[in-house]
Design a protein around this ligand. Structure first.
Ligand SMILES: Cc1cc2nc3c(=O)[nH]c(=O)nc-3n(C[C@H](O)[C@H](O)[C@H](O)COP(=O)(O)OP(=O)(O)OC[C@H]3O[C@@H](n4cnc5c(N)ncnc54)[C@H](O)[C@@H]3O)c2cc1C
Length: 549
């Protein structure tokens, strides 16, 4: 016998779940940016990837991975020190999927050199789709791929590790790295007394017969179950980068003592630890005293991933909002047909058009950096600017998308709440907002000719777009002023938007590039979304690109 029908429980006017979608073909701006930036040969593979990651099953697994947080197992039942992390199977599932897809290594050749075009763009398109579904596991995926940039300074070490790093078989077992089918890498720079200012690191490194011995702590060290960590420590010659494995070369467990896991706002599926190093074995990476210079090779790549991931979070929030407003009726009209809601969602979609074009265009610069000095200069100048603007935009953007779903947006069973809690981390780690602006200033001061050449090329790409020449003049004036730091946020934000307009001019249709430049570069948008001057016809066109009806 079925349950008696409740007269009071007829569910009406709710939007159907947003699931079983092709995350690639339902996203016109993403397709255009992938095609324009060199990944035209990947479109079928990207669509297959988008269907898989957009399935209801993946979305269900993401909820599980975040509801069941990792647990630190400090001791085994008999009191022996253990220092391992227990994850829900859903987390391991995502790790296996992303590693099988090569997101942790596909931009590298077998010898650790850069694979070149279009590997960065092809990876970024995938990473953007994965970030829409589950973000926590992307932390070790990002760190693994980025660490190769620094390890490449040590040819003998990279030759040993690369076969395990580039393996597409995820192996979560707690064993020495050489016994595993594949390995992941983490990094530890932040200490209690300083995260930005790593020169204050107090962790010590003493030369030993076989390498170095490290003693000290790290206040944040995410993905503590990784097989090798890049860490900074004070060697006799100054701050130095080291590769610290979980097991010493003789196969014993290395001296890492995990103290506790951070209880975080978001990023719940990922473990972030506080750790003590007790006479831990490590290999030196790069010269003594060159620690910051060495690890910066890695940090540029992690900053790029922060921007891609934030864009992915925004994309899922936008898609949920547009989907919901097309199904929900208020005052006898679909929400999507209410003029104010249409302007709001179109304004969000237009912002993301610029961001997606910008991020994939930046990845193209990484793809070509070794062969084209202008692209290298572009990657150098724009990476901190893009990280700054995109990561900072995410929380406000997602909040506005959440409100489009009304109360349903605020409850934990929905996806919006998780996206919102996830959003701020990308701005904070790997160089917080002000630090990114200082990095843009540094690039301008140290490589001013190259930076000016980049600005000139941005203005050329923007030819005919409103306000772009004036924006470039403002950026130059503000960033070269005697008190440049005081104006840096305004100028860096403008630089990112100018670069977004330039990227849209290269990859999007003219009316989208024009609308973006008119509402973001020539005039300032209001303090909230939905305040840009977009007429009904243009809004409808933007929304059809964002999500086909
Ligand atoms: C979830 C999570 C995971 C993390 N995982 C890792 C990890 O795996 N490995 C790791 O090493 N770290 C990790 N971190 C740490 C993170 O990288 C640091 O928190 C970050 O770099 C900032 O350092 P801090 O916390 O010491 O803040 P501070 O350096 O004290 O900075 C505080 C604020 O001051 C600003 N500021 C700094 N200098 C200036 C200046 N000159 N002018 C103006 N403003 C300035 C910064 O922008 C920031 O807003 C993680 C953090 C989080 C939240």
């Amino acid at each position: 016998m079925g349950l008696p029908r409740f007269d009071t429980h007829e569910v009406l006017n709710q939007s159907p779940p947003y699931e079983n979608v092709d995350l690639f073909t339902s996203d016109v701006p993403l397709q255009e940016a992938a095609r324009a930036n060199g990944a035209a040969g990947e479109l079928a593979a990207l669509s297959e990837f988008g269907r898989h990651w957009g399935s209801a099953e993946m979305m269900a697994q993401a909820r599980l991975a975040n509801e069941h947080e990792p647990e630190l197992k400090t001791f085994d039942p008999r009191g022996f020190r253990q220092d391992t992390i227990e994850f829900h199977p859903a987390y391991h599932y995502f790790m296996a999927q992303s590693i099988e897809a090569g997101l942790h290594a596909m931009t590298w050749n077998a010898d650790g050199t850069a694979a070149g075009a279009p590997s960065e763009v092809a990876r970024a398109a995938r990473y953007y789709m994965v970030a829409q579904i589950e973000n926590g596991h992307m932390c070790p995926v990002t760190m693994t791929r980025a660490s190769v940039g620094a390890l490449a300074l040590e040819p003998a070490l990279i030759a040993q590790l690369m076969p395990k790093i580039s393996s597409r078989r995820y192996d979560p077992s707690f064993r020495p790295w050489w016994e595993k089918t594949g390995i992941t890498l983490g990094m530890g720079m932040t200490e209690k007394q300083g995260g930005t200012d790593v020169r204050t690191n107090s962790t010590r490194a003493e030369p030993a017969a076989d390498g170095y011995r490290i003693t000290g702590h790290k206040w944040f060290m995410s993905a503590p179950m990784s097989d090798v960590f890049l860490v900074l420590a004070q060697a006799p010659g100054g701050l130095t980068c080291f590769a610290l494995p979980r097991f010493t070369p003789d196969g014993t467990v290395n001296g890492l003592r995990l103290q506790r896991l951070k209880y975080k706002l978001g990023n719940r599926s990922n473990a972030s630890s506080e750790v003590e190093f007790v006479d831990a074995f490590a290999w030196r990476v790069g010269a003594e005293g060159r620690g910051v210079r060495t690890i910066i090779e890695m940090v540029q790549l992690t900053r790029l991933d922060c921007a891609i991931a934030s864009a992915g979070l925004m994309r899922m929030a936008l898609a949920q909002a547009v989907h919901h407003t097309r199904h929900r009726t208020v005052f006898q009209k679909r929400l999507a047909d209410q003029p104010m809601m249409r302007t709001l969602t179109a304004d969000l979609a237009l912002e993301l058009e610029g961001i997606v074009a910008l991020v994939l265009r930046l990845c193209r610069s990484f793809d070509w950096a070794e062969r084209d000095p202008l692209e290298a200069a572009r990657a150098r100048l724009l990476t901190p600017a893009v990280k700054y603007w995109v990561c900072k935009s995410a929380p406000g953007f997602i909040y506005e998308a959440m409100e489009c779903l009304g109360g349903n947006g605020y409850v934990e069973e929905g996806v919006l709440a998780r996206l919102y809690r996830e959003a701020p981390v990308n701005a904070i780690w790997e160089g917080s907002g002000n630090v990114m602006c200082l990095d843009v200033l540094r690039a301008l001061a140290r490589e001013s000719d190259q930076a000016r050449a980049v600005l000139t090329s941005l203005v050329q790409s923007c030819a005919g777009l409103p306000g772009t020449a004036e924006a470039a003049a403002f950026i130059v004036a503000a960033l070269s002023a005697a008190d440049a730091e005081a104006h840096a946020r305004a100028a860096v934000e403008q630089l990112a938007m100018l670069a977004a307009a330039a990227a849209l001019a290269e990859s999007g249709p003219p009316h989208i590039a024009e609308a973006f430049a008119r509402t973001r570069v020539a005039t300032r948008r209001g303090a909230t979304y939905g305040t840009a001057a977009l007429d009904g016809e243009l809004s409808s066109r933007i929304l059809m690109r964002a999500l086909p009806a």
